[in-house]
Design a protein around this ligand. Sequence first.
Ligand code: IPD
Length: 249
Amino acid sequence: MSYSSELQVAIKAARSAGKYLLGLGHKIVDSREGRDIKLRADRESEAIILAALEPTRLPVLAEESGEHGSRSGLRWIVDPIDGTMNYYRGLRDLCCVSIALWEDDRPVVGVVNRFAVDELYTGIVGEGAWCNETPLRTSTVKQINQAVFAGGFPVGLRLNEEMLPDFFRRILRFKKIRMLGTAALMSAFVGAGSIDVYSEDGVMLWDVAAGIAITRAAGGRFQAEPLDGFRYNVRCFANEILERLFLEG
Ligand code: IPD
């Protein structure tokens, strides 16, 4: 079954929200709890997306408003702004609108709109992935010491010094390390071939659902280990060899 009509719906929704965010004049902060920040723009962008997805009548899991409809089968997974702090602080080329379609725990379609630089990442698993019109493939790097790693510390993670030795052990083997503050873009960049391994523990599903779909559609691999709620330990790999080397530790 092809999901090209769902892809078109998601593209339209992501473009509408991106256009709105690009032109938005206000920077209203609705909450600043802990390490998180919620903008009025998150909710406004989500409302635009939900209205655009509505004609499909599929269930939705959305960052701001939660679950709409059933958990099983096909459902949209929406992050109205991924990289909210980047958006707020003016790092607008490092934030995006992220919309995915998953069937149960399987990614099907991903759309990531990096609206500030007019880059639209799309993918249908089994068919292909693109940045605007250009087809994407994951990188062919096969040695960890030549690979680029991206990751981060999600807002819900209780960071403490005991975690650091394990984190350092994992990342020090890489040639370069990047923390971009947007899980959706970092995971989509694995699909685009610009990052080789993305790994983040305790990230929310809506942060990575579209990037994972794009990585898969571009020939890469992923692991998503469920924790509580919608939190996951997530890894995206450009290829099987990097996956094996990374997991071997
Ligand atoms: C955040 C980003 C960040 C990740 C955080 C997320 P948001 O998403 O994806 O990379 O580390 O956990 O909350 O809050 O900007 O949608």
